[in-house]
Design a protein around this ligand. Structure first.
Ligand SMILES: Cc1cc2nc3c(=O)[nH]c(=O)nc-3n(C[C@H](O)[C@H](O)[C@H](O)COP(=O)(O)O)c2cc1C
Length: 383
């Protein structure tokens, strides 16, 4: 399968599956427990339909948005994801460059494999998000914020839905872990994908530069699962986060908010954004999809804070439906990860290009010249 044969999410996913060893493909593709939330994230978009207006003289389409003070050329951004070097040797470099080319934000994960400083340089002036977790070590939290400030990061994104790791049964079956602890079946999967292995071992070694100096993980002393259980602070509270928001004194959002009560508290403590998210179904299986929960949250706080959502987005029309309900922007996860795994930077660029074309075409067919024109009148739920 070649890149030019990829026309949508499913094609990229198929190409990534061909290229990646099974344990890595399943790490990206998998989710928690029975993966019900993961499936719902995408199927939720099918419960409503767009209602187009015609004869509106749509010549120029402007799909730009401003979210948390950042102007984006399109209403989607690349949500932070961990370990991209494993998926393709270009890793975050590819995603940062592709996002910059398409005028949008790129989120660097604290579990990213390229430093946020380097990602920033590649990002070429496009706004950058730094996603981090709340550590028991308050000094480490402050250090991370200090480093982000020095690097010039525009938006801090604290992930709040991961005080413990989700139950990813596919990873248990394959033995996927960092460092690798593969079982025999897992090892076989690597042996039958020599292309990936050659690519992986002939490029620079895997590392986690956001955590280097704080945690020895890449080297093998600490596994990612131990990082979650030993380094992160499950007692993290609203007061702790309020202190961080104050300390940062800039654009700060919480990723993984789902309830109205929490959304209101985010407003109270001075956050400028919230990302409705269930972490791509990878944390609490049975949690509601962000799209299903969007209207409720927008009604409660949409005039006080920027409401963003992620999860299950595979099409331009999914984005248009989220904008219709009041989302300010939409995060992409696997939508760009499979293209990264399939073909590196060229893959991510193709995926973002297809998304841009789909959004533009959708806007024309909806009779909208600007994102601001989307509202609930152009959407109907079936039940
Ligand atoms: C392989 C993978 C790694 C991820 N790593 C992180 C991470 O390090 N930090 C984080 O906040 N979210 C992480 N996420 C969640 C994404 O940021 C995003 O919320 C999710 O992928 C959206 O769902 P989607 O993949 O269906 O678009 C990860 C998701 C995937 C698939």
């Amino acid at each position: 399968m070649r890149l030019k044969d990829c026309h949508n999410f499913h094609d990229f996913r198929r190409m990534a599956k061909q290229r990646l060893p099974g344990p890595i493909f399943n790490y990206i593709d998998g989710a928690a427990d029975d993966e019900g939330t993961y499936r719902r994230n995408t199927s939720a978009f099918d419960d409503c339909d767009l209602i187009p207006n015609v004869l509106r003289g749509v010549t120029d389409v402007d799909m730009s948005v401003t979210v948390m003070g950042q102007k984006l050329a399109m209403p989607v951004y690349c949500s932070p994801t961990a370990l991209q070097r494993l998926f393709h040797h270009q890793g975050e470099r590819a995603v940062a460059a592709a996002a910059a080319k398409y005028g949008t934000m790129f989120g660097v994960s604290s579990l990213g494999t390229v430093s946020l400083e380097e990602a920033r340089r590649i990002g070429n002036g496009q706004p950058q998000v730094y996603q981090f977790y709340f550590h028991k070590d308050r000094g480490l939290n402050r250090d991370m914020m200090g480093r982000a400030r020095q690097a010039g990061v525009e938006v801090m994104m604290l992930t709040v839905d991961s005080i413990t790791g989700g139950n990813r049964e596919r990873d248990k079956r394959t033995g996927f872990a960092i460092p690798f602890k593969l079982n025999l079946a897992g090892i076989t999967q690597f042996v039958i994908k020599p292309g990936w292995a050659i690519n992986y071992f002939t490029h620079e070694p895997f590392k986690l530069p956001q955590l280097d100096g704080h945690v020895d993980m890449g080297g093998g002393a600490m596994s990612i699962s131990r990082y979650f259980t030993e380094m992160l602070d499950p007692s993290m509270s609203w007061d702790d986060v309020a202190a961080m928001v104050q300390h940062w004194d800039g654009q700060f959002c919480l990723k993984g908010i789902m309830s109205v009560e929490d959304a209101k508290r985010a407003v109270e403590i001075g956050c400028t954004g919230i990302v409705l998210s269930n972490h791509g179904g990878r944390q609490l299986d049975g949690s509601r999809s962000a799209f299903d929960q969007l209207a409720e949250i927008v009604d409660a706080v949409g005039d006080k804070i920027d409401v963003i959502m992620d999860g299950g987005v595979q099409r331009g029309t999914h984005v248009l439906k989220a904008l219709s309900l009041g989302a300010k922007a939409v995060g992409l996860g696997r939508y760009y990860l499979f293209p990264l795994a399939a073909a590196g930077q060229a893959g991510v660029e193709r995926a973002l290009d297809l998304m841009r074309i789909e959004i533009e075409r959708g806007m024309r067919l909806m009779g909208c010249t600007s994102v601001k024109e989307f509202n609930r009148h152009n959407l109907r739920f079936r039940r």
